[in-house]
Design a protein around this ligand. Structure first.
Ligand SMILES: [Zn+2]
Length: 142
């Protein structure tokens, strides 16, 4: 298992760059709040996502979930780092935090970036969603 403190620095840089680039593809005509995200998986691949809004507002989806779902669709079940980019360095919403809970460990690093790709904050996942409900509560391993 790859520990966060031994993740290749080049991979983390690529993760942050993709999160920032993905924000440029956000479809956010209603909120105009563009978000990009990227997830790094165990084999070194990186998947990006952007928020995709909809005229029927609840049908839209956040960047973080797009990136996670793309990784899952490609067969991955373990995300070892996640980056999010917004203009103001905003934090992931509650729904995304719960989805992260399924595929990230408590110590998985989270990088919050601003609109020019600068690191605003770095934390571990358990800082983002402490005392969470997850697969263990149903006695199922992901
Ligand atoms: Zn969200």
């Amino acid at each position: 298992m790859v520990q966060p403190n031994v993740i290749d620095e080049r991979k983390l840089n690529a993760l942050k760059v993709l999160a920032s680039q993905s924000a440029q593809n956000a479809y956010a005509p209603y909120s105009r709040y563009k978000v990009g995200a990227a997830v790094l998986v165990e084999d070194g691949r990186i998947y990006g996502g952007c928020n995709i809004e909809n005229a029927a507002y609840p049908s839209g989806i956040c960047a973080e979930r797009v990136a996670i779902f793309k990784a899952v669709e490609a067969g991955h079940r373990k995300i070892i780092a996640l980056a999010v980019s917004t203009a103001n360095g905003g934090s992931p919403c509650g729904a995304c935090r719960q989805v992260m809970r399924e595929f990230l460990d408590d110590d998985t690093p989270i990088f919050i970036l601003n609109g020019v790709g600068e690191l605003v904050e770095e934390m571990k996942f358990s800082d983002l969603l402490p005392r969470s409900f997850g697969p263990e509560d149903l006695q199922i391993s992901a």
